[in-house]
Design a protein around this ligand. Structure first.
Ligand code: AKG
Ligand code: FE2
Length: 332
């Protein structure tokens, strides 16, 4: 990071996209006007049916949840502390301690995919067991630990409600998913404005390695989901949370629920900040199609594996698997 005349210049303070950030032709979003749409289903949690959640999870793999029961301040405080974190001088954000049981802050040029940098900065840390993890999180801004802990507690409650409905809808024991899951990882992203969004990506197309992921995009757009071979943009609904089905839940449901590709594009005008919580199986759980969903006429479509092995062989958390998967609770 260069310091000139006392100002903390940052990588995105540029008039054109530096070469290192230009995606290959196949990955570039090119025309971003075509696909605006807010048609991922909206689930009003106080007034919904189990069928609506199952249908959304089958057709889109994504839904937008409103009336989720969060106190509004829990959401806004979390987004505010995130803004403060990413606005701090670079030196205060640098918490990368490879292979330690700690948090990682990834500047755009610390990490490249396919040799190209993503247009984002990223903070990740483990969240389970919560009490042990909290003191290891960033302590600048000074309210970070307290505010994010309150957010994680609410996310856990929400994930339990959603899991119970999904279990009922699939015909599983209502506790099936609750018993095997934890809010394990928080990923906070900062996507600054970009001078040419047709050339860059904030996040490459991927499917989540989680059971479900709960995303707070604070009313911003730029998240796109693959539907019928086209990218559709997830609309901005104030105070909503975006839920998506991860690969593990697709497998447990024997393919009934879909884990769908998504990506983040950039925009010229406004920074996007997101708080992403991955609700994952515990590392030693065995993932396989639930036995009640398998029969002679519906054979298992996936083989059983240990979640820990899935993470390792898919490099599911990139270069930081040790830090993130082992977390504070692990002996290893
Ligand atoms: O930041 C976002 O909007 C999405 C990030 C994402 O897809 C992920 O962390 O899995
Ligand atoms: Fe994702």
């Amino acid at each position: 990071m260069e310091m000139q005349e006392g100002k903390d210049f940052r990588w995105f303070d540029v008039k054109s996209v530096p070469e290192g950030y230009i995606m290959s032709k196949e990955l570039r979003p090119n025309n971003l006007d075509s696909s605006f749409c807010d048609s991922i289903p909206i689930i009003d949690l106080e007034n919904t049916s189990i069928e609506a959640i199952i249908k959304a999870s089958q057709e889109f793999g994504f839904f937008n949840v409103i009336n989720h029961g969060f106190r509004e301040t829990t959401m806004t405080d979390a987004m505010n502390v995130l803004k403060e974190f990413f606005d701090m001088p670079t030196i205060d954000r640098s918490g990368v301690i490879p292979n330690s049981k700690n948090w990682v802050y990834i500047n755009s040029t610390d990490y490249s995919e396919n040799g190209v940098y993503l247009w984002r900065e990223n903070l990740k840390h483990p969240c389970h067991p919560l009490e042990k993890c909290i003191p290891l999180w960033p302590n600048k801004p000074s309210t970070y630990q307290e505010v994010i802990a309150a957010y994680i507690v609410e996310i856990r409650k929400l994930s339990l409600r959603i899991f119970e409905m999904i279990c009922k809808g699939l015909g599983l024991d209502p506790e099936y998913l609750n018993d095997m899951s934890e809010v394990q990882i928080l990923a906070a992203n900062f996507y600054p404005p970009c001078p040419d969004p047709s050339l860059t990506l904030g996040t490459l197309p991927h499917r989540d390695p989680s059971l479900i992921t709960i995303l707070n995009q604070a009313g911003a757009t730029d998240l796109q989901v693959m539907k019928d071979d086209e990218w559709i943009t997830v609309g901005a609904i104030p105070n909503s949370l975006v839920v998506n089905i991860g690969r593990q839940l697709e497998i447990i449901s024997n393919g009934k629920l879909k884990s769908v590709e998504h990506r983040v594009v950039t925009n010229m005008h406004e920074a996007r900040r997101t708080l992403v919580t991955h609700v994952n199986p515990s590392p030693d759980s065995i993932i396989e199609p639930a036995s009640v969903l398998v029969s002679e006429s519906e054979p298992p479509r996936f083989k059983a594996f240990r979640y820990r092995d899935f993470v390792a062989s898919n490099r599911a958390f990139g270069d930081y698997t040790n830090v993130l998967q082992n977390g504070a609770g692990s002996e290893s």
